[in-house]
Each structure stands twice: as C-alpha cells, then as structure tokens.
Write a protein that binds this ligand. Structure first.
Ligand code: GLN
Length: 536
C-alpha cells in the first residue's frame, strides 16, 4: 500500500548494490491514468519531482537520485497514461494493421520494453511498481513482470514484495495475515515473490519469519525485516544488516563470504558519515518554511531533504517549522520570530500568496536569512517592488490582470537554440518551462560566492517570469540585484539584496539536485547563515 516505503526500499536496494560495486538504473511503473503527475495536487500525490530532462515524475525519483546519485530520465518513468498514449498513437499510425489492440500483448509488451530499455548498460535495473497488489490499474504491470520473469529466468530477475506486518498492541504481536493474503493474491496472478520485505514497527522474530516462509513459499532467509527508522538515511544500512542486499545477491548467485565482508566495509564507508551527521549533530537550528501544503510533508519532500542536507554540511540538526501561509499575518510573524531562517518554497496561485509576501517583508526588514525558491523568488520581487520600490500594485499575472505585472506570463523562450512558444489558454500538462537550464552568474555577488562558479545549471518548473523587459527601472529602485541570468541574458534566474546579510532567491528548484553526500551549495550556505544568525 502507499506510504509503506516502496520508493525508499527500491532506492536502498540501489545504493546497497552500488556499494557492492554494481551499476544500477532506477525505474518506476505508476498505475494511474495521468500521463505524468504534473497536473495532480501535491496535497494528494505529494511533490512532483523534476528530472534533468524536464520529465515531471513521481516523488520516488527524488529518493532514487538522492540515494544512488544516478540521474533518472523520462525513459525511467512509466504511467498507464503514458503506455496507452503510446499504444494509441501507434494504432492510429497503423502499426497494428489487421489486429485488434489488447492489454495482452500490446500494453504488456510496451511495459516489458520499458523495463528492459537501457538495461544492457547497467548491472541491475531496479523497477518499482506503484500501488497495491490487487488494484485494477496495476494488473497489466503484474502480468508484464510475470511474463518477464519467465523470459529472463530465475537468474535474470528477482521479485521483491514489500508488505506490512501490523503490530497489535492488545495482543503484543505482529500479524502476518495481510502478508499471507497479499502473497496469495500475487501467486494467483502467477507471480511468486523471491524476497519478502516486511515493514514493521517491532522486530520480526525467527518464529514469524518461519511462519511467513512456510505460508508464502519463500526461503526463511528471504523474509527480511524492514524496521521503521527515525531518518530515511538510516535505512540502507538497516536493510543491509537485515540481509536484504545479501539475499538479492544470493538469488543471483553473486554471493561469497569475502564479498559479504567487503560489502559491509563499503556500505559503512558510503553511509557512515551521513548516519553520524544525522544521529549526533553538534548544533541545532530552526528554519521556518512558509508554504501552502504544510499539512502533507510529502508535498515538499525534496525541499525538506535538501534542508536536512544543508544541516549535514554544517553538523547541525535542522528543525523545520512548517508555517501555513494562509494564517493571519501577525501569527506568521510570531512564528518567524522564533526561526533563524525563512524559506519560501515553490507554489501556485494566489491563495496564501499575501501571507508569503508578509513573511518575506518580515525577513527582509528584520534581517533574518531568507531563501526564496521559484514562487518564492517571484513573491520576493513583488514584495521589494511594493515596499521598497513604491509600486504598491506590483503583482503577478498568475493572480490578476490589473496592476504592475512585474511577474508575467512567458510566451516565448529559448531552449538549446530553439524557441519554445506558449499561449495563456494552451494545454496545462507538461507545458511549463521544465528541466535543466543554464544560469550565468555575475562575479562578486552572493550567488557567485555560494556557487563558486560563473555558470551553473538548475532544474525549472514554472510558467511565469520576472518581467525585466518592462520594469528594469522599478527593479533598480527596489534595490533588486539579478546576480544570475539565463544563457541568453534575457531571464532573471537569481535575485539578491545587498542591504541584507543573506537574502537570495532562485527561479529554479535547487532542492532537486541536493544529495546527502553532496549538499546543494544554496542550502548549505542558507543553513550556515541561519546558524550564524542564531549565534548573534
Ligand atoms: N506559480 C509560479 C509559476 O508558475 C511558480 C511555480 C513554482 O514555484 N514551481 O511560474
């Protein structure tokens, strides 16, 4: 079921196999009918992760990239919508002339092709299947892996089933029935799991493992405990100690005692420092994140991870205070007073925008370190135009058609030498400025100091831009400095204020490129500024 941690489990298998010297590629099959999650609500589905190539994908891809360091591409993310879109286009083109198009074999063939595409370049392809066993939408995927397991043989594929062992407080025991039934359901579809990963909040006894082994037709060593952990970065080693990667390797005939010993050393080398920083930080700092989706933490998962990485960089535990931008301005300010840094993340539409603008004003005036991301940059520009530049009607086209449109709809921009064009009433799916774009950084600015470079690339996901063509003078009056510009010099990418110890905002989403092993410089310098601020 969802929230069980299939994404983290897949990412953990990936990183553990890497530590054993293997190359991996991470993929995901999502059973929903949307072509991508780009138009879904972050409230229901969590964050939309943006890949380097601009693919809008499930948040699990963030875990894959953070755990393995391997960049995913549009070819790694499949949804039912995407499969059907492809098959139907092929049908219209006449590729299936003479035959009726069916789930088996046409849809299942596409799914198998997707899983195997690019596999020749790596040792392991790890492919997660979203959803729950038995879901109607998931049936073609289960059927596809059944077929694939036959063609690849046991030495070519392993099936890991993640299940839940609920703990009954009254009888103080872990229950195995849901796992038994879920496995039975899988078996009825022709798929026998090779390894069962049991998510649980209490240790799984030998007795329970033996019981699951017997009822589920799986070797006892292949019933692996997946205990809850206080941080996701403690999970890879925990799963390793429970024997997950060892059993995967045993399945493929890749295991010897010497290799096992070396794996132990390598995994400690890889994850030890991160674990130490998470477990025993020497400092603590509090950051207020002022946003709209503060009740569902998954809506900002890459953001909260990048903030945590910033803490790892400075040996600090970062407590995030999720401030609901819809609250009364006074209440927002009271919360910000207790924080050492204010972050306004990405967001959409007018609701909550005024609360975020008030938060930016407070951080600017009280000289609290401020970091704006995407929507956060746009609102920071509006705030400075209104309250420093005197343009009280400064606004964004996203909110209204009246006022000074300092943030406006972008109808044309350049992407790798070609012009991308949009119109305001055009389709909404996959049409934002998406993916990696070059940013040129001016020497001597805060951005230059942070990146220690004059060029960088960051991932984008937005429709609106700073209207520098029309409002150059107003921006100068508002004391806004555009320290990063797009490659063609036309679009502001980074803005900062010089009358403040740390006030910076970026039009891109740097959180997608931060890793526990390589914290993003913007996040690590923001956390550093917050630590310095709290020491004052
Ligand atoms: N809503 C803004 C835009 O579309 C910002 C988007 C974002 O923060 N990702 O331009």
């Amino acid at each position: 079921m969802s929230s069980l941690g299939k994404g983290i489990a897949s990412a953990s298998i990936g990183t553990l196999l890497q530590a054993r010297g293997y190359s991996v590629r991470m993929k995901k099959l999502d059973p929903y009918i949307n072509v991508d999650p780009g138009t879904m609500s972050p409230y229901k589905h969590g964050e939309v992760f943006v890949m380097e190539d601009g693919c809008e994908a499930d948040l699990d891809f963030g875990h894959y990239e953070r755990f393995t360091g391997v960049q995913c591409t549009a070819d790694d993310s499949l949804t039912t919508g995407k499969v059907y879109e492809k098959v139907l286009l092929q049908e219209r083109r006449g590729d299936y002339l003479g035959s009726d198009v069916q789930v088996i074999p046409h849809i299942t063939n596409e799914i198998k092709n997707f899983i195997m595409a690019g596999h020749e370049r790596v040792d392991f392809t790890i492919c997660e299947i979203g959803g729950t066993v038995g879901d109607i939408e998931g049936l073609p995927y289960i059927e596809a892996i059944r077929q694939l397991k036959i063609s690849l043989g046991s030495a070519g594929a392993a099936c890991v089933h993640l299940t839940y062992l609920p703990y009954m407080k009254t009888s103080e025991e872990l229950k195995t029935k849901p796992t038994q039934h879920s496995v039975k359901l899988l078996q009825s579809m022709g798929v026998q799991p090779d390894i069962i990963l049991c998510r649980c909040e209490k240790e799984v006894s030998d007795e329970i493992k033996a019981k699951l082994s017997m009822f589920c037709n799986v070797k006892k060593e292949n019933v692996v405990e997946a205990l809850d952990a206080e941080s996701i970065y403690l999970i890879p080693r925990r799963y390793h100690l429970a024997g997950l990667d060892r059993q995967v390797c045993v399945h493929f005939g890749l295991e010897t005692p010497e290799l096992e010993e070396r794996a132990e050393v390598k995994i400690c080398e890889k994850w030890g420092a991160v674990e130490h920083a998470i477990r025993m930080p020497s400092k603590a700092v509090k950051i207020a994140v002022v946003g709209k989706y503060t009740k569902l933490k998954d809506a900002y998962i890459s953001l909260s991870q990048a903030i945590c990485h910033g803490g790892i960089a400075h040996d600090a535990r970062v407590e995030i205070d999720w401030v609901d931008a819809g609250m009364d301005q006074r209440d927002i300010e009271n919360r910000l007073r207790a924080a050492s840094g204010v972050l306004v993340p990405g967001g959409f539409d007018i609701s909550g925008a005024e609360g975020k603008i008030a938060a930016i004003k407070f951080a600017r005036e009280k000289k609290i370190p401020f970091f704006g991301i995407c929507f956060g940059l746009q609102l920071a520009v509006i705030e400075s135009c209104r309250n420093v530049g005197g343009a009280t009607s400064a606004t964004s086209r996203e909110f209204s058609d009246n006022g000074e449109m300092v943030i406006d709809f972008m109808d044309k921009w350049e992407l790798n030498g070609t012009i991308e064009a949009r119109n305001p009433s055009g389709a909404k799916g996959g049409t934002m400025r998406l993916g990696s774009y070059l940013c040129k950084i001016s020497v001597g600015t805060l951005a230059h100091k942070i990146y220690a470079a004059t060029e960088t690339t960051e991932r984008h996901r937005h429709r609106f831009e700073v209207n520098i063509k029309k409002y150059k003078e107003l921006f100068a009056k508002a004391d806004l400095h555009f320290s990063g510009m797009s490659a063609d010099g036309l679009l502001p990418e980074i803005v900062e204020r010089r009358d403040h110890p740390f006030f910076i905002a970026t039009q891109a989403h740097p959180e997608f490129k931060s890793h526990p092993f390589a914290p993003h410089p913007l996040f690590s310098s923001f956390i550093k500024a917050a630590i310095d601020h709290s020491a004052r």
